[in-house]
Each structure stands twice: as C-alpha cells, then as structure tokens.
Ligand binder design. Structure first.
Ligand code: ADP
Ligand code: ZN
Length: 613
C-alpha cells in the first residue's frame, strides 16, 4: 500500500464539542448584545464637539444631563460628556443644530443586573447541561448532586436483549448461565451454601459484545440492570468518585437481585500507588471504596452481580482480582468465522439482501472484524445500495462498504499528478506481482490505484480460511510483498518515494518479531525484548531490555539479515518479471481497479486461487 502522510486530526469528544459550541454561541451573543449598545458611536472630546458645532458640522444632538449623543451631517454618530452651559446652547443654537433634551434616566437596574449576572447564569446552565447529559439516577433536577452515581438504570421491562441477540460467544454464554439461574432464584443456590461469584470480568477488545452480553444476562434473568463506565467515577474532585460508588451500590442493593455493569473498569481499577507523582488520590479512593463495597455485601442478602468489562486485565490492581471480588474472567474474543456469519445474520434481519448475497462468504472476507464492525458493515452496505436506489443490497454493495471501512472513502477530489499516478501504479503492481509469484501467500483479491482515505492505492489479498498462527515462510513472503512496492518504483524509475514508509514499517515490525519473539533466527527460541507498560499512562513508554548490548547488536543484525535478503530476492524477481510489471501497471493506469481474475488473465497465469469475498 502506498500511503500519504497526513497528520491525524485532533479528536474532540462530541460532548466537549457541544460544550465548546454552547460557550462560543453564548459568549458571542453576549458580546454582540453588549456591543450593539455602543455600536458605531464614536466617543469624541468635548473640545471636538465645540469645534464641530462651530464649523456647522452637526445635524442633531440629544442631551441627557451630561451625556450628549449626536449625529454629524455626514451621518456619523458621536457621543461625549459636557458641562451643560449657556455657552454650549448658544453655539449649537446659532448653528441650527436640532436639539432635544431627555430627562435623567432612571437606571434600568434590571439590565444592569442582567449584565452582571450573565456569566453566573452561563455557569449555571453549563452545570445543568452536564447533569442532564449524564442521565443519572439523580435525574436532571438535582443539579448539585456531584456525589450521586451516574449509572444508567434499566428496569426489567425496558431491557429488550436476551441471549438470542448475542451471536457466537458460546463459551461466554455458557459461563454466564449459572449467574442467570442464580439471579432468577437466589434461594435455590444459597440454601445449600453454594457460593456464587459476586464479580465477573468480561475481557475482550471493544465492540465484541461485552456490554451486550451483560445486558442480555439481565434480560434473561428478567432483573434490573445498572450500567456505568469506570471513567464516570473519576472526577477532578477528591471524594466524588468514592461517593458515586457508594451511591451506586446503595441503589443496586435496593433493586436486588440485579446486575451492575461497569464498563472500562481499568479507568478506576488500575494498579494503585505507582502513578506519576506518587499516584492518584482520587482514583485510589474510588477503587478502595469499590473494593470495600464488594466485600461489604454477601450474595445471600444482596444478590447483586457485578459484571465488569476490560481489555486489559493485566493492568488491574491485584486486589480487584482476589477471591470474593472479580475472581472469574470470561473471554469475549473477536468472532471467528462461524460467529461472524451468525452476527451478520442477526444484524441483517431487517435488511433486504440480494439473492446472491452469501453471508458465509462475507464472513470469510472480514477476518479481524469485531461484532460492532460487522454491524457497521451491514449498515454501510445498505446505505451504499440506498444511494443507488437499488431494490436490495448486493454483494457489490458489501464490497464497497468493506473497502470504505477498511481504507476510508474514495477520494474522488484528490488530484494526482501524472507522475504520482504512474508511481502508484507501478508500486501497487509490484505488491501484486509478488503476491502472485511467491509461495505461501494469501490469494490475491484485487488491486486499485483509486485513492482512499490516506492511501493512494492498495493491493489486497484475503485469507481463504481462518488463520490462528503464521508460519515462518508466510511471514517471509509477507515481508517480500511489502517490499514489492518500493522495489518496483526503484527498478522502473530508479528513484524512491516517501510513499513506502508504511510498508517499510510493517516489514521491519514483522522481521523484529520473528527474531525477538518467535525464535525464527539463528539466535534461537529466546525472547529478546520485553515491553512493560507504564502503570499510570498505560502506554508503552518504557522498554526494559533484558539482555546485554552485545546481544542487542546480534538481534539487530539478524533483523537486518531478514530484511536485506528479502529485499535482494524481491529485486531479482521483479527484474526478471519486468514485462509483467509493465503490463500490470499500464492496465492499472487505464482501469484503476483490477480484480484478481483480471490480473491472472492479463498475465496469462493460471489462477492459483482467487478470493472474491
Ligand atoms: P463492547 O461492550 O465489548 O465494547 P458492545 O456490546 O458495546 O461491545 O457491542 C457493540 C455493538 O456491536 C452491539 O450493540 C451489537 O450491536 C454489536 N455486537 C457486538 N458483538 C455482537 C455479537 N456477538 N452478536 C451480535 N451483535 C454484536
Ligand atoms: Zn505499498
């Protein structure tokens, strides 16, 4: 793939953006209003007034005690303050100025009050807005209830999900069945002294249905459901988080049996005491409160089950995972092939699909998609079809939708120079040719030089079956395909461009992993580097190396070996097949997109296997 370098836009959350807007509009309205009072009126000096009057430039004045407002003959307005004197009157009079006098103004204290209170009013509105937005149990009415829990509450009759709505994740569902049984009939379990877990950790990447599962448990058990995000507990004010936890548990106990779902528990649950600057008091207090609440109720009386979601159980404070707290972890993984098909089925229920649409095929072409991604894919495909006024959603629409999700929308307005287009065509042809010629590669899917998102073009392959591991030869082939782009540019134009930066980065990463993790070099099966996450920032900011400088040199050397021998072979293959490279690139320049079978036809090569979905 050939990439353009574009700085990612800074993201502002929708809430923050709204607030900003609110403030801007309010601020502007205020300024506008305030200014409109004094608009276009120039403040002049008393002496200037006299000069204007003497030179016969003034048309009219309005005098109110010491304040004079007037209009010049050229239309300009002015104001000034005067010493009311007979002399002024006579000057104005003798120059035929239209004069009017107003009685002293009774200061409209209402408007004064308004001006001085407006900022306060704005702050008040802001707080009200924040309160309303959080949808908390406290409700919008209780504006200053900082310590109230922010949890969303769902009564049983408003929960419309059950396990039927959750496709795949069989193991997770199986594991959660006990909980449902217990919630339905707590006494049956506790009668014999059986212990039911209080807390269960759902672990998995975002969008794979953790929230959905938790809610479905409540739906199955027909019990109330509280939902809150770990980050909702964390506030600037010390003590607020802890009080929110307390309030949440009070509510939950009142509504038991029920489910409390805490999303992103790592926001509160990170390991204590190792943060920057000696830790975060507020977060620790909140976590301590959570721990003591969990210890404080027993399932016999409470029947409150806490489900929490995280993608990073490894960063959680160990105390959270102790028996009696979150002592069970249930995996909610990325859906496999069968689950993807099921998820597609669930979400395409209300969508009119064309006869030829085979959800299994689509599932095969969407490895690595989360449940939410799949839902999004269907919606996107339906949008594509609607735009074309089609009767139903076809495979082609799905293809377009997937391309858009994976690579961004087509950028029809991006104008490339002829040279850029040529470079891209050869670059992508290089990738494509290697994909076809090398062994152990995924079947080619298609190649395009239509710019999308950040990339100028792309050459795609799709795995035929679900893969869980990769062989060494597959990885080597992958590195070579990645180098196909820049080597092709080099061979044809004797020049290199910055467009290959992304390819180089990926290739280097694979080579490094091969040496340091997978034992695929002559250094043998040893792990060579270890990344430790910084406990507070949660990012890989410190790398601890567990080996000597000398070993590090050897590692670097092995990585270089893999890269350079791959590069050499790619250069050899593409030089020998320069004719094919030309054919492909020329055809791409003409047609912009080639499907796998078209590529094979052009080159007169028997298709190995092609994967159009
Ligand atoms: P998480 O909490 O893991 O981030 P969510 O439960 O919020 O994920 O999932 C987001 C959406 O994706 C769900 O509302 C649902 O529409 C869809 N989804 C995810 N996983 C599944 C699944 N296994 N079956 C059906 N829909 C799913
Ligand atoms: Zn590339």
């Amino acid at each position: 793939m050939k990439k353009r370098k574009i700085l990612p836009p800074k993201k502002i959350g929708p809430n923050a953006a709204w607030l900003l807007l609110l403030f801007l509009v309010a601020g502007m309205a205020y300024l506008f209003w305030y200014n409109s009072v004094n608009r276009q009126v120039e403040r002049i000096k008393y002496s200037q007034l006299l000069t204007f009057a003497q030179n016969n430039k003034i048309e009219s004045v309005v005098i109110q005690e010491q304040h004079v407002k007037g209009k010049l003959k050229n239309g300009k307005q002015f104001e000034t303050y005067v010493i009311p004197s007979e002399k002024l009157w006579s000057i104005l009079r003798s120059n035929d100025v239209l004069m009017d006098v107003y009685p002293p103004e009774k200061q409209s204290w209402g408007s004064y009050l308004f001006i001085s209170l407006l900022p306060l009013l704005l702050i008040f509105l802001w707080i009200a807005y924040m309160r309303k937005n959080q949808n908390g149990i406290g409700g919008a009415g209780k504006i200053f209830s900082f310590g109230k829990s922010k949890a969303k509450f769902f009564s049983p009759n408003t929960i419309n999900v059950t396990f039927k709505n959750v496709a795949g994740v069989h193991e997770a569902k199986e594991d959660l069945k006990d909980i449902i049984e217990f919630l339905k009939n707590p006494i049956k379990f506790t009668r014999l002294g059986a212990k039911i877990p209080k807390g269960i950790l759902l672990r998995g990447a975002p969008g794979n249905g953790k929230t959905l599962l938790a809610k479905a448990v409540a739906g199955e058990a027909n019990c109330p459901f509280f939902s809150i995000s770990g980050s909702d507990f964390v506030e600037v004010f010390v003590g607020v988080g802890a009080s929110r936890v307390r309030s949440l548990f009070t509510q939950a106990k009142k509504n038991s049996p029920c489910i409390v779902f805490i999303d992103e528990i790592d926001a509160v649950g990170r390991q204590r005491g190792i943060g920057l600057g000696g830790g975060n008091d507020e977060r620790e207090q909140t976590l301590n409160q959570l721990l003591s609440e969990m210890d404080g109720f027993s399932t016999e009386h409470g029947s409150v089950i806490i489900l929490a979601a995280t993608n990073r159980p490894d960063v959680l404070d160990k105390a959270l995972l102790r028996p009696g707290r979150f002592d069970r972890i249930i995996e909610v993984p990325y859906p496999d092939l069968i689950s993807r098909e099921k998820i597609l089925e669930v979400h395409s229920k209300g969508v009119k699909l064309g006869n030829e649409v085979d959800l299994n095929k689509i599932a095969r072409g969407t490895q690595g998609f989360s449940g939410a991604d799949l839902e999004n894919l269907i919606n996107e495909a339906a949008l594509v079809a609607s735009k074309k006024n089609k009767q139903n959603v076809t495979l082609e629409d799905f293809e377009q939708a997937r391309d858009k999700l994976l690579l961004g929308s087509e950028r029809k307005t991006l104008i490339l120079t002829k040279k850029e287009k040529e470079l891209t065509a050869y670059h992508e042809s290089g990738h494509t040719l290697l994909n076809i010629l090398l062994p152990n590669t995924d079947p080619l899917h298609k190649v395009t030089i239509i710019p999308r998102g950040k990339s100028l073009g792309a050459s795609w392959s799709l795995p035929e079956t679900e893969k869980h591991t990769q062989t060494k030869s597959e990885m080597i082939s992958q590195i070579k395909i990645l180098f196909g782009g820049l080597v092709a540019e080099n061979i044809i134009f004797n020049e290199q461009t910055s467009g290959a930066a992304n390819d180089i980065e990926k290739a280097t990463k694979i080579a490094r992993l091969m040496v340091t993790r997978f034992g695929m070099s002559k250094l043998g099966p040893i792990v060579f580097d270890e990344t430790k996450e910084h406990p507070y920032l949660g990012r890989d900011i410190q790398k601890t190396r567990m080996h000597s400088d000398k070993t590090a040199e050897k590692v670097d050397h092995e990585v270089e070996n893999i890269i350079h021998s791959s590069l050499k072979e790619v250069t050899k293959i593409l030089s020998e097949n320069k004719d094919k490279l030309e054919i492909l690139a020329k055809s791409l320049l003409e047609k912009e997109t080639l499907q796998a079978n078209e590529v094979y036809n052009l080159l007169g090569i028997e298709p190995r296997k092609s994967n159009n979905w």
